[in-house]
Write a protein that binds this ligand. Structure first.
Ligand SMILES: Nc1ncnc2c1ncn2[C@@H]1O[C@H](COP(=O)(O)OP(=O)(O)OP(=O)(O)O)[C@@H](O)[C@H]1O
Ligand SMILES: [Mg+2]
Length: 250
């Protein structure tokens, strides 16, 4: 059996007396689409921080393609193909979309050295940036300043910046948060169109997005896995309805 692209085994993390992550185990096969849902404060972002290396667990392991990366920091995990969508405020607001995408790929390729070679004049990198812009729906915005993009387009660019690092595993924390229904549809189409060479774990509150995109869903509650199953399992689960879906349709 091939190892999962991404796995968490018994992850545990406390902040003082608060157990934010309680023995969380999950595995995403290569090419899989797996969603994490759960109420506010359930520990979803904390789990991402443990997976990406931003936080070290108190116990448990993180594996990428079967390799234990628990002791690696964020850079080491990025080198092994893990990417996380950039937070909105870490965009390069003063750069054009093309320059931002080229910068992200240059940094992923080896940082400072790439700057000295004037990567912004490298036609291959420019072509790659244009291809990524097209993939995330920004083909006609290559010359626009990132900071001037509409909100939905900024979030599309965040995905593009993560893609520019050529990840094998992509972590997306609420990619449709704050979006209009139209922007949400565009984001869903973008995510649905990503190639299966990329494994995706996505935190998402919009149940339409979750049920459309994911093959597996993990429900977190008070830091622990309440349930894992197919979208159909989640939809028909009494405990999930009571604890989560019900709360959101009131
Ligand atoms: N660095 C930290 N220090 C102390 N407490 C933290 C820290 N990070 C998160 N927490 C707490 O851990 C719990 C889980 O937070 P987390 O951000 O993981 O939840 P979430 O499921 O992502 O919520 P949301 O849906 O609101 O994004 C919360 O009670 C939060 O206040
Ligand atoms: Mg969160």
């Amino acid at each position: 059996m091939t190892a999962p692209a991404l796995a968490a085994e018994g992850l545990q993390k406390s902040f003082g007396a608060l157990e934010a992550t309680r023995s969380v185990t999950l595995a995403v096969p290569a090419g899989g689409r797996h969603a994490i849902i759960g109420p506010n404060g359930a520990g979803k972002t904390t789990l991402f921080n443990l997976l990406s290396g931003a936080l070290m667990p108190d116990a448990g392991r993180v594996l990428l393609g079967g390799t234990d990366v628990t002791r690696d920091g964020p850079d080491g995990r990025a080198r092994r193909g893990l990417a996380r969508s950039f937070q909105r405020n870490s965009l390069f607001p003063e750069m054009t979309v093309a320059a931002a995408l080229m910068t992200a790929s240059a940094i992923a390729d080896g940082g400072a050295a790439a700057f000295w070679r004037r990567f912004d004049r490298d036609p291959a990198r420019a072509d790659a940036a244009a291809a990524i812009a097209a993939r995330v729906g920004l083909a006609d915005q290559l010359g626009a300043l990132s900071g001037n993009l509409a909100y939905g387009a900024q979030r599309q660019l965040e995905i593009g910046l993560a893609l520019a690092t050529r990840p094998s595993v992509l972590l997306l924390d609420e990619p449709t948060a704050g979006m209009s229904p139209e922007e949400t549809r565009a984001m869903l189409a973008l995510l649905a169109g990503l190639p299966r060479t990329i494994t995706i774990l996505v935190i998402e509150h919009d149940m339409d997005v979750v049920f459309d995109l994911a093959e597996r869903v993990t429900v977190l509650d008070y830091g622990a896995v309440l349930l894992e199953g197919t979208p159909a399992d989640i939809r028909t689960s009494d405990v999930v309805r009571r604890r989560y879906l019900g709360e959101r349709t009131q």
